[in-house]
Design a protein around this ligand. Structure first.
Ligand code: ATP
Length: 499
């Protein structure tokens, strides 16, 4: 048998484990796995004469090998070993896919995460400024490499509106070309958008629906501007986002991007675009109204009842499904770019919808194109460090943000909490340390009174950490994340509640 050092290629599977405080956690190709699968992978590699240091043979009936190995005392984490594999089935298929994709990669080791996290922290501190938000101006470099498909390169978007002086015209205008006045201006109707059958409001109608943008109907405010709850004559309640005037120039691309992207998608876990107004000094987006506030508000306890664990799991699954749709099933791949808890809206039945596509970008459409080069946008604390470094945007940037968000869901903490002691300020860093110490129970949101089985928590935290891996190739696809969460939920419902 060969004794391998780090990063040497051998075997089909990359196997990792940790056994802090007698809690064993197994991974195969960076994905949480049960012991059987772990041992299967390990034995396979062993049969291939690939033996790795500290890999947990003792759990798999391979004790004879232990003497050959130089086990260190205390915590053990290991790694790396990848080679082209053979076809498997079920979970093996996933592993196989991951194996092929990760061939040259460094996996999420404590070592490289520990190295990445201070860098992440430094970045956070550098970017934190007055608000926790970074919307960097486009750099020369990114402008040069900008993808032609990027929304930023759209010169003008023709917008859709009904003439303002159409007395008595219904607010909901059926999509009919006959209603579309041809207009030479850049605000004229887009045939493509008109076909989607959105609600079309003119400014008078929008003013009426929002009672002149009454502060009593204001439901929120974001970077884009104010958001109002509005009632249409047919009784339908909608949300209307109104751009701040001073941001018109800066927001024009964002506005167009949001309208175009939202217009194309329909999924129960994504906030639906219903209409838009782009007229003179006003830019409005009309979306479905989601009644129960943001996920962040619920985590902060600002909505009364504290989310229970099952609700948190369902919310995480909903978000994963919404993002999977954007990444895989939308007409064109869409990368959200601003996945965060304040962009998740909850319905009355506590189902989650992903909102705010203001930063969204179309992903690479060519088969061989893996990323879009674009300006860095998003929110500090959620930003993929690799994207910040390379300007290369892929769906894995959303996976990273989702990982950070999942930690919020589990701990209730924000990604960065400056009022905490220094070693707890960056939630991801704190979680990683606690996770390695085997203290998962201590990380659970203290507002949540119920007890959750430690095994379930290990899986959840493990998945979140993996999503937030510093290198994108070590992060699972959103679809796999959804499947994993689903499996964890099944497990939880069967036997995850602690007595
Ligand atoms: N469709 C909606 N239904 C109900 N409430 C909404 C809707 N959209 C937004 N809101 C409310 O308005 C607030 C502001 O939303 P908005 O998307 O403009 O900003 P944000 O996401 O909080 O911040 P930013 O846009 O700067 O990232 C939200 O936090 C939410 O409370």
């Amino acid at each position: 048998s060969r004794l391998l050092g780090h990063k040497e290629a051998c075997g089909i599977y990359r196997v990792d484990y940790s056994d802090d405080l007698n809690r064993q956690v197994f991974y195969v190709n960076g994905i949480l796995a049960d012991k059987d699968l772990f041992c299967k992978a390990l034995k396979f590699d062993h049969a291939e004469h690939c033996v790795i240091q500290n890999v947990g043979f003792q759990y798999c009936g391979l004790d004879l090998l232990i003497d050959e190995l130089h086990f260190k005392s205390g915590r053990k984490f290991i790694h790396k070993v990848v080679r082209q594999g053979s076809n498997g089935h079920n979970f093996d298929d996933t592993l196989q896919k991951a194996t092929e994709k990760h061939a040259d990669d460094i996996s999420v080791t404590p070592k490289n995460l520990v190295m990445a996290v201070p860098a992440f922290f430094i970045l956070c501190c550098g970017l934190i400024c007055p608000c926790f938000r970074s919307r960097k101006k486009e750099t020369d470099q990114s402008a040069l490499v900008k993808d032609p498909n990027s929304m930023d390169s759209t010169c003008s978007l023709e917008m859709n509106f009904v003439p303002e002086k159409a007395p008595g015209s219904p607010l909901r205008v059926p999509a009919s070309p006959l209603r579309v006045p041809p207009s030479p201006s850049r605000f004229s109707m887009s045939p493509k958008l008109n076909r989607i059958g959105s609600i079309h409001l003119n400014m008078n109608q929008a003013l009426k629906a929002t009672q002149n943008f009454s502060s009593s109907l204001k439901i929120g405010e974001g970077g884009f501007g104010m958001v109002y709850k509005a009632q249409l004559p047919d009784g339908q309640t909608v949300a209307i986002k109104r751009a701040k005037k001073e941001h018109f120039d800066a927001l024009s691309n964002e506005f167009r991007s949001e309208v175009e992207l939202l217009a194309k998608i329909e999924h129960r876990n994504l906030v639906r675009l219903l209409g838009f107004v782009d007229k003179g000094n006003e830019r409005l987006i009309i979306t479905e109204y989601v009644a129960n506030g943001t996920l962040r508000e619920h985590l902060d306890g600002g909505r009364g009842k504290i989310l229970d664990f099952n609700q948190r799991l369902e919310i995480a699954i909903d978000i994963a499904h919404g993002l999977t749709y954007l990444h895989l099933y939308a007409e064109k791949q869409i990368i959200h770019r601003d996945v965060k808890s304040s962009n998740i809206l909850l319905t009355e039945s506590m189902r989650a919808k992903v909102a705010d596509f203001g930063f969204a970008r179309l992903g690479g459409s060519d088969a061989d194109k893996t990323h879009v080069s674009t300006q860095v946008k998003g929110t500090v604390g959620y930003l993929d460090p690799e994207y910040m470094k390379t300007y290369q945007l892929t769906p894995k940037s959303d996976v990273y943000s989702f990982g950070v968000l999942l930690l919020e869901v589990l701990t209730g903490r924000r990604p960065v909490e400056l009022r905490r002691p220094p070693d707890e300020r960056v939630t991801l860093r704190w979680v990683f340390r606690k996770y390695n110490e085997g203290s998962v129970l201590e990380m659970l949101d203290p507002q949540m009174k119920e007890s959750v089985n430690g095994e379930i928590l290990v899986k959840m935290f493990g998945l979140a950490i993996q999503c937030a891996a510093p290198t994108r190739k070590d992060r699972p696809d959103m679809k796999i994340v959804g499947e994993q969460l689903w499996a964890i939920r099944m497990d939880y419902l069967r036997n995850g509640r602690r007595q």
